[in-house]
Design a protein around this ligand. Structure first.
Ligand SMILES: Nc1nc2c(c(=O)[nH]1)N[C@H]1C(S)=C(S)[C@@H](COP(=O)(O)O)O[C@H]1N2
Ligand SMILES: [Mo]
Length: 262
């Protein structure tokens, strides 16, 4: 499924370029810039951008990974902390909302509220674990946004909870740190950049469609970011940490682009 795994064993120029275009093209709005970035790409360009030769499969993977890191930086520069993702009217909510995970729906983890507390660690002043009640006692907000999955579908849903920037401030997080990492009840993990963590539409959600977040959609909590692709939105969060050391992610470590903006 990862970008890297799809490459054929032989070093085939056209498929390398196809993969490189996918890894490279940040989801920038201006079609002309995107077209320029992708059309003008040659095998020599891939080698140059990445500083890698592309003589065998290992080299190709190294080159693509390096382009993906380059793409992270470009997306980081282009990210506008004040630009809002579109929101939608209630009538446009997708019902039923699709389920997705690296396993079938029946396998979604069962987390009991009774024993649950969110672990918070790393570069934060207050490392106490949070019970759901405490999170529910913080100011709540909700939004109807579009979730976009790289597997080729998108859907509109309503999520409610605590603005993540409020939460980070409340725990005294080092807001100049680079990353926030997440560990989930199903062995999923991911991490995001601090500017996105502080974006006004980034919510630590506790509800879906006005109800307690259902098991399959991420109970006890899901980080919802309409500025990022689906795989960057962790469900079933158990622990989070603030760090300057790159934490990677479940799909990201298999070749998906880390920034994953949409
Ligand atoms: N814990 C966990 N979070 C996850 C995933 C997962 O497998 N486990 N899959 C991601 C992907 S690829 C998508 S598209 C969305 C799907 O969320 P949904 O089931 O609410 O549609 O969850 C994301 N977060
Ligand atoms: Mo996804």
């Amino acid at each position: 499924m990862g970008i890297i795994k799809r490459i054929t064993p032989a070093v085939d120029g056209e498929s390398i370029l196809k993969e490189a275009r996918k890894v490279l093209a940040p989801r920038i709005e201006q079609p002309s810039r995107r077209a320029f970035l992708t059309r003008s790409l040659t095998l020599g360009g891939v080698a140059m951008l990445s500083g890698c030769s592309i003589t065998d499969e290992a080299h190709v993977e190294k080159a693509l990974a390096s382009i993906s890191r380059f793409n992270d930086r470009v997306q980081g520069w282009l990210f506008d902390p004040n630009a809002l993702a579109p929101t939608y009217p209630e009538s446009m909510i997708t019902r039923p909302f699709p389920f997705n995970a690296f396993y079938e729906k029946e396998k979604a983890p069962v987390v009991e509220e009774a024993g649950f507390a969110l672990e918070v660690s790393g570069l934060v002043a207050d490392r106490h674990s949070w019970r759901l009640e405490e999170l529910r006692a913080m100011p709540q907000t909700d939004q109807i946004t579009r979730h976009i999955c790289v597997e080729g579908w998108s859907a509109i849903g309503r999520w409610g909870g605590v603005r993540f920037s409020d939460f980070l401030k409340r725990v005294g997080a080092d807001l100049s740190a680079k990353y926030v990492g997440f560990k989930c009840a199903d062995d999923y993990y991911t991490s995001i950049d601090m500017p996105t963590a502080l974006h006004p539409q980034t919510l630590l959600t506790l509800t879906f469609d006005g109800q307690v977040l259902p098991r399959e959609y991420g109970f006890p909590m899901k980080l919802r970011m309409p500025t990022k692709l689906g795989y960057k939105n962790p469900k079933h969060i158990q622990a989070m940490f603030v760090t300057n050391r790159y934490p990677g992610g479940y799909w990201e470590d298999q070749g998906y682009n880390w920034f994953g903006g949409s």
